[in-house]
Ligand binder design. Structure first.
Ligand code: ACM
Length: 573
C-alpha cells in the first residue's frame, strides 16, 4: 500500500489504492454538488483553506479545468459517514452531513506529507495526495477527550491548539472539567466572586498524596475563561466538529467555589475557612443541596450555556463525602422533609433535580460520573442521564443494563494522567503505567456483554487530570501518542492490533509512527514511542519519577468501590 495511505489514524473502514495523485492547494475550489450540500462543502473548505498550501494548484496537464473538490450530501449516509474518491483532477466527497465531510477533509490532510502540518509552507513540500477510494464511518458516536483545567489552568491558546490536534484524529467531544477544589475556571457576571476569588491559589502540591513531608512549589497558580473565551472555544471546536461538554462538579470537589461563596457550603467551614485547595485528593467539603444552591447553579448554568449552547452538561457527582450532609441539621431536616431515607438518596435526588433543571430550563442532557448511578436506588437518576463509568467496566455494564446510556472510561486504560511506562526516566505521574498498547487493546463495548448493554455504549473518551501536569508541554506529553490509540478504538469500536495489522489495515504502531511525524510538523510535544526525550524526563528534582499508584491495584480498588453499597461515597482521602 502507498506509504501515505498506510499511515491513517484512525484507519478508515475501507481503503482502495488507485494510480496517480491529486494536487492540493489552499485555493482549490471546493464546490457543493447542490444547494443542500453547502454546509458540508464549507466544512471541507474550512479544513482545506487553513492549510499553508500554495494558493494555486499545480496543474496536472497544463490545460483543462483546474482541479476541484466536489462535495455532495447524500441521504443514504449517516451524518458522520463519508466516502472519498480521489482522482488526478477531481476529488468527490459524499457524506451524510457536515461532520462526515469534515472528516473526509481531515483524511485528505493526513494523506499529505508531514511537512504540510507546519504552520507555514516550507520549500520542497509535496502538496499532492495519492489517488484512492475510501469509505468510512465511526462505530461510536461519542469519541472524546476530557481535560481537567481546574487542577492546572490551560491558557486559551494552548487549548485551541489541543482542539486542532484532537479534531485531526476525528475525536468529536471535548469534555472540559471547569471546576474543582483547586480552581473555578468560569467567569460569572452574576456572581463575580467565583472567578475573582475561586480561580487562583497561592501554591500547588508537588509531592504525591502518599508522600511525606508534603512539598509545595510556592508559586501562585490560576486563571479562568471569560464567558467570551468560552464562546470562542466552543465556536472553534464546533468548526472542527467537536462538541464542548462543560462540567461543573457538584456537590463535591467544590472547595474553590466554597472559598468564594461559603454560604453555599454544607456544614461549617474548617478552621481558617474554605480555601482554594493546593492539595489533591478527596476533600470532605460539599455544596449544600438546599434551594439556595440550586438557585446559584441555575444562574451559573444560564451564563455558561449562553456562552456554550451545550446539548450536554456534566454535573460530576463523584467522590462525595456525605458526612456534612448527614451532620448539618438544616440539610438533614430537608432530607427528611423530602421523604428521603439516607444521604445517598439525597445525593441521587440532588443530581436528579439538576438534571431536570438542565432538561426543562436549558434543553440539555445530563452526564454524571458513575457514583451518580451508584447512589441511585430508592431515588433513580433521570432516565436520560448518561453515566460516565470510570470505576471499571462492571459498573458500566450495570448502568447500561439499568437502561442508561453510558460512556465507558475505565481508569485502566483511559486515564492519561497515569504514566506511560514503568521507567525511572518518566516524569512524575499519579500512578501507572498505562501504555499506548494498553489503550489500543481497549474494548469500549465488550463483545461478551449482553447485546442490550452493548447497545447502550455511546462511546469512550480519555481523561487527563492535571494534578501533576502543569502546562502545555507536560499535557501534550501525556496525551500523545495515547490519544491516537484511543481515537482508533473509538472510531472502530473495538481493540486495534498494535503490531500485527490485519488485511487492508496496517498495524497501529506503523500508523501512529506516521502520525507522530505529523505532530512533529505541527509542533506537538508528544512522547516518542521509545521513551521521553532528555528534556521530557523527570530529572532528579520535583518532577522525578515516582511509582505512584500501581495501575493494577487502582483498577481492583475502584472495581471494589463500585461494587460496594452507596456508603462508599463517604470515604475520604
Ligand atoms: C474521577 O476520576 N473522580 C471521576
Amino acid at each position: 500500500m502507498n506509504e501515505r495511505l498506510a499511515g491513517l489514524v484512525p484507519h478508515p473502514l475501507t481503503v482502495t489504492e488507485h494510480e496517480g495523485s491529486f494536487p492540493l492547494a489552499a485555493g482549490t475550489q471546493v464546490r457543493p454538488a447542490d444547494p443542500q450540500s453547502e454546509a458540508a462543502a464549507s466544512a471541507v473548505a474550512g479544513v482545506i483553506g487553513r492549510l499553508p498550501a500554495p494558493a494555486e494548484p499545480r496543474r496536472t496537464g497544463g490545460q483543462g479545468e483546474p482541479p476541484e473538490i466536489v462535495v455532495a450530501v447524500t441521504s443514504r449516509q449517516g451524518n458522520e459517514e463519508y466516502s472519498l474518491l480521489i482522482g488526478p483532477d477531481r476529488i468527490e466527497i459524499e457524506a451524510g452531513g457536515p461532520a462526515g465531510a469534515c472528516y473526509a477533509a481531515q483524511t485528505l490532510r493526513q494523506l499529505l506529507p508531514a511537512d504540510a502540518w507546519r504552520a507555514a509552507a516550507i520549500p520542497g513540500t509535496d502538496w499532492t495526495v495519492p489517488c484512492a477510494e475510501i469509505t468510512d464511518q465511526p462505530a461510536l458516536a461519542w469519541r472524546g477527550a476530557h481535560l481537567d483545567v481546574s487542577r492546572h489552568f490551560l491558557p486559551k491558546r494552548d487549548l485551541l491548539a489541543l482542539i486542532d490536534a484532537l479534531a485531526a484524529l476525528k475525536l468529536n467531544r471535548l469534555h472540559l472539567h471547569l471546576t474543582d477544589d483547586q480552581g473555578w475556571r468560569i467567569e460569572s457576571k452574576l456572581h463575580p466572586a467565583v472567578h475573582e476569588a475561586g480561580s487562583h491559589r497561592p501554591r500547588s502540591r508537588l509531592s504525591l498524596n502518599s508522600e511525606r513531608p508534603k512539598v509545595y512549589d510556592d508559586i501562585p497558580h490560576g486563571g479562568y475563561y471569560t464567558l467570551a473565551d468560552l464562546a470562542e472555544i466552543n465556536a472553534y471546536a464546533a468548526q472542527r466538529m467537536m462538541t464542548v461538554v462543560p462540567e461543573i462538579e457538584m456537590p463535591g470537589h467544590a472547595a474553590a467555589l466554597l472559598a468564594a461563596m461559603p454560604e453555599l457550603a454544607a456544614g461549617s467551614p474548617p478552621p481558617g475557612g474554605f480555601q482554594v485547595s493546593a492539595d489533591w485528593g478527596i476533600l470532605p467539603y460539599l455544596m449544600s443541596p438546599l434551594p439556595g444552591t440550586q438557585r446559584f447553579i441555575r444562574d451559573i448554568l444560564g451564563e455558561l450555556l449562553t456562552a456554550i449552547p451545550a446539548g450536554y452538561v456534566h454535573i460530576g457527582g463523584d467522590e462525595c463525602v456525605l458526612d456534612s450532609w448527614r451532620d448539618d441539621p438544616a440539610i438533614d431536616g430537608y432530607r427528611r422533609d423530602r421523604g428521603l431515607a439516607t444521604p445517598a438518596d439525597l445525593h441521587a435526588a440532588f443530581l436528579r433535580d439538576i438534571a431536570n433543571m438542565l432538561a426543562d430550563d436549558f434543553g440539555a442532557r445530563t452526564l454524571v460520573w458513575d457514583e451518580g448511578f451508584a447512589s441511585a436506588g430508592a431515588v433513580s437518576l433521570r432516565p436520560d442521564t448518561i453515566v460516565m463509568a470510570w470505576r471499571g467496566m462492571e459498573i458500566a455494564r450495570k448502568a447500561a443494563l439499568a437502561g442508561h446510556d453510558v460512556i465507558t472510561v475505565p481508569v485502566l486504560p483511559t486515564y492519561f494522567d497515569y504514566g506511560q511506562a514503568d521507567s525511572q526516566l518518566e516524569p512524575v505521574a499519579i500512578g501507572g503505567p498505562i501504555t499506548v498498547q494498553d489503550v489500543a487493546a481497549f474494548a469500549p463495548a465488550p463483545a461478551a456483554w449482553p447485546a442490550a448493554a452493548g447497545a447502550r455504549v455511546l462511546g469512550t473518551q480519555f481523561q487527563v487530570w492535571t494534578e501533576y501536569i502543569p502546562d502545555r508541554l507536560a499535557l501534550e506529553y501525556m496525551v500523545f501518542p495515547r490519544a491516537c490509540a484511543l481515537a482508533e478504538v473509538a472510531w472502530s469500536g473495538r481493540p486495534s492490533s498494535w503490531s500485527e495489522g490485519e488485511p487492508g489495515r496496517p498495524p497501529l504502531a506503523q500508523r501512529v509512527a506516521a502520525h507522530l511525524s505529523r505532530l512533529d510538523g505541527a509542533g506537538v510535544a508528544y512522547r516518542p514511542l521509545d521513551g521521553p526525550r532528555p528534556w521530557q524526563q523527570g530529572g532528579d528534582g520535583p518532577r522525578r519519577h515516582r511509582r505512584g499508584y500501581p495501575i493494577g491495584d487502582v483498577a481492583r480498588y475502584l472495581d471494589g468501590l463500585a461494587a460496594a453499597d452507596p456508603a462508599s461515597l463517604t470515604t475520604s482521602e
